[in-house]
Design a protein around this ligand. Sequence first.
Ligand code: BGC
Length: 751
Amino acid sequence: MNKRYYVLVTCMLMLSLHHISLAQSHIDQLISNMTLEQKVGQMTQLNLGFLSTKSDQENVNIKQVDPDKLTEAIHGYHVGSILNNAGTAYTVDEWHDILRLIQDIALDTELQIPVLYGIDAIHGATYTKGSTLFPHNIGLAASRNRQLAYDIAVVTAKETRASGLRWNFDPVIDVGRNPLWPRFGETFGEDPYLVSQMGVNIIKGYEHDGLDSHTAVASCMKHFVGYSVPKSGKDRTESYISDITLWQKHIPSFKAAIEAGASTIMINSSMINDVPVHSSYEILTELLRNKLGFEGLIITDWEDIIRLHVRHKIAETPREAVKIAINAGIDMSMVPSSFSFCKHLVDLVKNGEIPEERLDESVRRILTFKTDLGLFNNPYPEVEAKSNFGDPQYRVLALEAARESMTLLKNENNILPLPKDKHYLVLGPGANCVSALNGAWSYSWQGDKEELYPDDYKTVMDVLTARISNKQLMSNVTNGYEDKNNFTLSFTEDELKKVDYVLLFLGENAYAESPGNIDDLTLDEDQIELAKRAANLGKPVVLILTEGRPRIINDFSDKMDAILMSYIPGSMGAQAIVDVLFGDYNPSGILPFTYPSHTGDLVTYDHKFLTAMVQTAPNKTKYGGHHPEFEYGHGLSYTTFSISPIQFASDTIDIKGVLDVSITVTNTGDVYGQKCIDVFLQDHYASYAPDMKNLKYFTKVSLNSGEEVELKFTLDSSDLFYYNEKGERMFEKGDYTLMVGDQSRDFYFAN
Ligand code: BGC
């Protein structure tokens, strides 16, 4: 190292160590001066709506932030954190006004500790008017593009911080393994490796410049752990997960995020194996803190302490609920609409039921987090951050992301791409609706308020009208899913004669969390009927699905000539869909989940050998126990690709060794295209029944027609273990098969 550089680095290091110790001594001093009530206040998070009054506006749900209520909370109860909004999204300037008001009140206290504001900026800056919304995670996962995830997170961080908000309750790194679950669309799908890789990139994107930078936000990985597999499929209901499955499927994404330095974590509202996670010392302290080494802040989910009493019924009183949760390891309670937490916690400490030192640990984490976010240096919204809002390039990125997520599931006789000079009949409730394209967390919690979307957010109908002439389009579809006429087909014979193709837009309207609960994964009856009637017209039908989870379509899927999965593609979703339909963009997305064909066959691709088999007679079995509509990783293109036989440097690997792998991918078709490559591993025999296969690596290549690329990657022993029920890594010698596309090759792990 160059000497001058060495001196510079040493000075910088000393300065930052000095800065850290100054910060620590500031925090020590604060804690030693704090009353019990002040400590409890720091651990309390309230909803902005609770600190607001009903306004006289027409919409009764929108409230005005109330300075008196804020003062009562911050001065009277020393509350240290606030979240959410008071019933609506705000402009950047409105956010700045609200946050300035809050910090003015906070700085007018004896200790002058700034308030920490948290928000759900999911797939973009959810609650800031005019922000850019990106595809939801489920579509982003289909792109298999880590860089894209990172870039989207950077933009989301910039627009969120520009709004004065520094803490983002995102990403969801729960693993989507029950497609009924209404938050399935918030996940990166069913595979733990895919979820880990995409989740870590999102976290790095949010925190990219350091938490005190005016371009970054703190992340909050959620919801630890096991939230995504409720037995009933309904949100916030119980899951039953064996320890081995917890380690193999649910813990890896959180482990990866912790190792990547994620700053905060939110807890699973529900229960695992009859134990509410918010009450579990074993999960929050022994597992999360001691075993996984998480040192950041642990926050509850919404009302989840009091719910130990009112819903989970494990605490006889609300006071008992507070005692259980704090002793389990919670740092901050998202109360969020009462002062009960403050009152009970003060009382519990005074009565010796919770040691004050336990509170000191949490308060130290909270104050350290506030310091890291730069709140003590500059508590007010950063005016210079405002210029990072609304850059037109963000919409370009949103279009790229929506395009890369598009997944072509079926294309009989290469009916797509469509000619631009034909006549089209446009049907289905999704054709003329912005909220279905943007889904949950879009300017409102449910995302279903069309009037809140920016004017430049287009419906598919808007884009179609601009792309081909109005005369080539026939449609009766009005706005959205509410209008029953949107499920009908009311055209005369003469009108229908002109039609060359039918474009059918089905799926789901926007929903978030429990309001999205369903009793049946099958698509609604009226949509199925419409699809059947469309198919009976005798014209080719292209089905475009816009949905956050795979709704079952097997009643009519065979009658569709093409099927395009658009997931929940966000602000530029309509453009991306139309681009794919007319060949202005060649689709490359591949499914991040198994698309089920039947409600009784909800199985992930990494199932056991048993699930693949059917026993036809006592000693006879055959394959065919599982019949998905579309397999995990399925996705077509307008070009074709070939994958060469897999090359290994050696056919054996030992515990310290690496296996160098190479494959050549060739674009054998006529047009440019991108190809997502999933690499799977199969362990032939193991002491605990192995999965059929597991994703170990993925990448994506871009190739012109006739072009080829050699892909090289390595496997090592970190790819060749599985977790047992204690979370120990099991390395077992034996035969393995590596699988890429239609290629596979065996090797031996010598251990
Ligand atoms: C959700 C969380 C969210 C929180 C705050 C809860 O209902 O489960 O994911 O971060 O609300 O809005």
